[in-house]
Design a binder for this molecule. Structure first.
Ligand SMILES: [Zn+2]
Length: 172
């Protein structure tokens, strides 16, 4: 619960003290700025990428790792989640997005990151022009994707929810 908590004020460096905030519990408080500071964390988007025919899911291998995962990226300050995923998909796959549907969110403690997962339909199935950040990009049927995604990962969690609740909308 107190993972990655802020010890000092990010504005002025004063040591924060814990103060009770109604309905929120104990929150760091800076006596110099007379302000509360919630603990900082990262926010990222993760994408279940679907082909234009809406019957395949794209999984990628990255950073020399052997397991398949979803395309994901950290949200920049000032950017919204949709802008982030459109940018990431253009950068990493050189592809355009034609549909974005919210799927689920989860907090990933290891990297102190809130992951927001979307179902993203691409304009074209051609991902051959992926950039250096991606070692390999492969399309799978919905059932295959379930078998190939990294076990016990957030990707698997997001995929399971998608298959359970939304796969029928996508011409399965
Ligand atoms: Zn301060």
């Amino acid at each position: 619960m107190f993972l990655n908590e802020n010890k000092f004020c990010i504005e002025c460096g004063t040591l924060l003290v814990k103060k009770e905030v109604k309905d929120e519990g104990l929150i760091g408080y800076c006596s110099h700025c007379d302000d509360f500071q919630f603990d900082p964390f990262n926010t990222a988007v993760s994408c279940i990428i679907i082909n234009p025919h809406q019957d395949k899911i794209l999984l990628v291998k990255q950073y020399g790792l052997d397991h398949y995962r979803f395309v994901a990226g950290y949200i920049n300050k000032g950017e919204n989640a949709q802008e982030c995923l459109i940018r990431e998909i253009k950068e990493e796959l050189n592809q355009e997005v034609i549909r974005i549907v919210f799927n689920d969110t989860a907090f990933f403690n290891r990297t102190n990151t809130l992951m927001i997962n979307f179902i993203v339909t691409l304009e074209s199935e051609d991902v051959s022009e992926h950039n250096y950040e991606i070692d390999q990009a492969d399309w799978f049927s919905f059932d295959e994707a379930k078998r190939f995604v990294k076990p016990n990962s957030l990707a698997e969690l997001f995929l399971r929810k998608f298959l359970l609740e939304r796969a029928e909308e996508y011409g399965r």
